[in-house]
Design a binder for this molecule. Structure first.
Ligand code: ARG
Ligand code: ZN
Length: 872
């Protein structure tokens, strides 16, 4: 059943208070819900009360203390209906019975490694009790949790702890939690289990003392310290950057090992995939530390952007997700290097959102319809949603943006809001009409902006002509409002003296299909630096020769565009090569420019240099080419350029590795500067190995042997993964032996092997699926092995004989029986099938058709498979 935005109407009933009594038991958990319900003045008078359910069994039901006559209600696992509810406030008491151990969907209440936990977003609360499970129904919750004390000594709920105690003679105990802030059901959570914790207290600037705690599996407490520190830094930052302080006496984070997504912002009780909490130098890489910091911040920031101000309906998902991603990106940029972080953000957007926007799963940032909302937690809603917020800040300026945010929070506090409510706050503070800007939320497709530049030496003017188009958006789509941050660069650096009346604070607002700009006082032919900082999520088409781009790499004041310049040159060289326009001279000129760049800057900013050395990925190139993709050809073209660069830069790369080596005995630190040095050392290793496999093997093995942390060890192993031979297999075996008892570390090992671009990989993945550490019931294991194969191994997933599609389809179908949400996620790997060359396209299509024709397929997978095949 398709849900449509235009069909939204307020609920006919509201629920003001919820009192839950949850008696936990592995198979027979009893939930009693007392709901204070009343007719909604904004609803239809006399409407029936229809409470949502999913897989529920009703044990008892009464209204204002009286059992309801059988004729007064209808019940099914999926709904509880009172055809004629009282036309006044009343209390409904519902008892249901659930089996947490049998809950393999990991939605609702389930057990993960013996720990009771919940996941209710988007619609999991209805798997706990019958309820109006929609975000515009907000209630104050009191939760009593009871469990066997030996099994679950720790009992956590939303809000503040109120009371706890033993139930004498039963071996059971209880805890009562009260959350004073009204919230939608999707923010409900509880946890019960054996957990260790690290904690510290924090004073908010409003004078509230908050107990911060991170709870993890017994024995892992020392791996929780970094997450706890990130919680505290997030709180400090949100007070300073957005004026947002925390609003309860406790803030709990719990790590569980079976979790469908990354983490969840339940009020006062964030529940995390343990991958995004647990870190030690021996088990976590620098990238893991950065992800933990970002996701801890993301979930904490939801306390205001999501919880205090929530969404009216699920079409408004970007209202909390896009905004919260923007906020966590700003936080990470302040904690680390802003340019380096921005490059990372754009790499993610291009790797995940651009292909989505270009394929059959494209949808607007605010979708207008859905069959399964859990399939809309996408890169478009999250990442493109964040870009819209960033563009808004660029348009209205820093101070109106901050004032608009304050106004949005205060005008909507305690409400379930819409995208319109968000924009109106910025209109009020900036005086700017944002009606046309709002179009960014409404249609799919990545805009293209074509630019041409003309220099007039006699007039000393430089003219830029812009033209925007929107593939996929429809012929009637109006022009977008696109902020273009730009400047001109000369042979020796930025041309400060050139001026242009339409450019204000370095930004030109392109708001028509076509527009032109003229700069005055341009003394020499300039190189334009366009979309500085990636000021809009668009594709830019501008013919520019390599020499001009390399001028930008040397001289632009904008870090993002310096990096982008090198990427553009590399992409042009590789795509040129695979089209048979061999350009050895171009490749050598590029290598020389990279060498000069490394000499000038590598040691000042190793993290940035590492990003410059990482050429566009195979998927980046496929996205750029856009049609008739042959992944094998792309892979070889990319390999060839890496070989050439590695050979040409070998002495420099070796010298850099030596210069960046940590003196023996240096203690590990996950800070950005240390991480940057490690990443440049490994980027250098990778290029050395591309050109000289024997040397690369020796260096990689030496790096693994000497490694004192997971980052260096894994980088060595990743380099070896591309070098077939017995050394590689020996290192794989040694690694597995060393980390038998570390599932999160073995995930890295699964992932590296699944992404080897060789014919044998499919057999390897099949073999690994039977490895004792692999489990189809654990989403992290599935994503590490099969997810990495399907999403990050373009040559093998897209094998012309269809074997890669078949392996993925088999896994999707097997998983769909137990966990449809994760199965549907894996299915998105097929999202770019239409751009493949005909043989592979046909193989992908037949795999998709096979999946769709399978009897008993979940709604989740049916939705993705159906949309993937739909004609556009
Ligand atoms: N709100 C969570 C976050 O952004 C994501 C939860 C999504 N879960 C789901 N089942 N769709 O961190
Ligand atoms: Zn979120």
């Amino acid at each position: 059943p398709t849900v449509r935005l235009e069909d939204y109407r307020p609920s006919d009933h509201l629920i003001d208070r919820v009192e839950l009594d949850v008696r936990l038991d592995p198979h027979d958990t009893r939930v009693t819900a007392r709901l204070a319900i009343r007719p909604n003045p904004a609803g239809r008078p006399g409407a029936p009360l229809v409470l949502d359910g999913d897989d529920l069994r009703l044990l008892a039901l009464d209204l204002d203390g009286q059992p309801l006559a059988p004729a007064a209600f209808r019940v099914a696992p999926s709904a509880l209906t009172l055809p004629e509810p009282p036309g006044r406030p009343f209390t409904l008491t519902i008892e249901t019975r659930i089996d947490p151990s049998a809950n393999t969907k990991l939605m609702g209440l389930y057990r993960s490694n013996g720990v009771y936990c919940t996941q209710c977003e988007a619609d999991g609360f209805r798997r706990i009790t019958y309820f109006l499970d929609r975000p515009d129904v907000m209630a104050v919750y009191t939760t009593r949790i009871e469990a066997e004390e030996a099994q679950a000594p720790v009992l956590l709920g939303n809000g503040n702890p109120v009371e706890s105690g033993r139930i004498e003679g039963t071996g059971r105990h209880f805890a009562v939690w009260h959350d004073p802030h009204p919230k939608p059901a999707y923010l409900f959570a509880l946890v019960g289990g054996c957990l260790d914790r690290v904690a510290k207290s924090f004073d908010t600037r409003e004078g509230r003392t908050v107990e911060l705690a991170v709870h993890v599996e017994p024995g892992k407490a020392e791996r929780a310290a970094y997450a706890l520190d990130a919680v505290e830094r997030s709180m400090v930052w949100d007070e300073r950057a957005f004026g947002r302080a925390y609003d309860l006496d406790v803030f709990n984070v719990v790590a569980v090992s079976d979790f469908n997504m990354g983490a969840m912002e339940n009020k006062g009780l964030n529940i995390f995939n343990d991958k995004f909490v647990l870190a030690s130098p021996e088990t976590a890489t620098d990238a893991d530390y950065a992800a933990i910091e970002a996701i801890i911040a993301h979930e904490y920031f939801h306390n205001w952007s999501g919880n205090r101000v929530t969404c009216r309906d699920w079409f408004q998902l970007c209202l909390k997700e896009g905004l919260t991603v923007f906020r966590d990106q700003e936080f990470s940029s302040d904690m680390r290097s802003r340019d380096v972080h921005r490059i990372g953000e754009v790499r993610t957007l291009r790797a995940r959102q651009f292909p989505e926007d270009a394929g059959p799963l494209a949808h607007p940032v605010r979708p207008r319809q859905y069959a399964e909302i859990n399939n809309f937690y996408t890169a478009t809603v999250y990442e493109k949603g964040a870009e819209i917020v960033r563009m808004l800040r660029t348009l209205v300026g820093e101070s109106a943006f901050r004032a608009g945010m304050d106004r949005y929070f205060s005008d909507n506090d305690g409400r379930a809001a819409t995208v319109e409510d968000f924009l109106v706050a910025f209109e009020a503070e900036s005086g700017r009409d944002l009606a046309r800007f709002a179009e960014w939320y409404e249609r799919p497709g990545t805009p293209r902006v074509a630019v041409t530049g003309t220099y007039d030496a006699a007039e000393r003017t430089y003219r830029l002509d812009f033209r925007q188009t929107r593939p996929g958006a429809g012929d009637d789509a109006p022009p977008l409002v696109i902020p273009v941050r730009l400047g001109l660069v000369g042979p020796d650096g930025p041309l400060g003296e050139a001026t242009c009346p339409q450019v204000e604070d370095g930004v030109f607002v392109l708001d028509a299909f076509e527009a032109a700009l003229t700069f005055d006082d341009v003394t020499a032919p300039p190189v334009p630096s366009l979309f500085r900082g990636f000021s809009a999520p668009v594709r830019v088409d501008m013919a520019m020769d390599d020499a001009d781009r390399l001028t930008l790499l040397r001289h632009d004041s904008d870090g993002f565009n310096r990096w982008e310049a090198a990427q553009r040159v590399a992409a042009r060289l590789m795509i040129g090569a695979l089209r048979g326009a061999a350009t050895d001279a171009g490749a050598d000129a590029f290598a020389a420019a990279l060498g000069a760049f490394l000499d000038a800057r590598a040691l000042d900013d190793p993290a940035f240099a590492a990003l410059v050395l990482a050429l566009p990925s195979e998927n980046d190139l496929a996205d750029e080419i856009g049609a008739e993709i042959d992944p094998d050809a792309i892979c070889s073209a990319r390999r060839a350029l890496r070989v050439r660069i590695g050979a040409s830069l070998n002495p420099r790369l070796r010298a850099l590795r030596d210069a960046l080596a940590e003196p023996a005995g240096t203690p590990f630190s996950p800070d950005a500067a240390s991480a940057g040095r490690r990443s440049l050392r490994s980027a250098a290793l990778d290029l050395i190995a591309a050109a000289d496999p024997a040397d690369g093997t020796a260096l990689a093995r030496a790096q693994i042997a000497a490694a004192t942390n997971m980052t260096d060890r894994l980088a060595g192993l990743s380099t070896l993964a591309l070098l077939p031979g017995s050394a590689r297999e020996a290192e794989f075996a040694a690694f597995a032996e060393c980390y038998v008892d570390e599932p999160l570390v073995l995930d890295k090992w699964f992932a590296i092997q699944a992404t080897i671009p060789e014919d044998g990989t499919i057999e390897r993945v099949r073999r690994l699926q039977t490895h004792p550490a692999f489990a189809m019931t654990n989403p992290n294991r599935v994503r590490a092995l099969v997810g990495s194969f399907a999403l990050a191994n373009p040559t093998q997933f897209n094998r012309a004989d269809g074997a890669g599609f078949a392996l993925t389809a088999e896994t999707v179908l097997a998983l769909d029986r137990t966990n449809p949400q994760v199965a549907a996620r894996l299915m998105t790997a097929f999202g770019s099938w239409r751009r493949l060359e005909p043989v592979r396209r046909a193989a992908a299509e037949s795999a998709l058709r096979r999946i769709l024709a399978t009897p008993g397929l979940s709604r989740d997978v049916t939705d993705i498979a159906g949309r993937s095949l739909a004609n556009r």
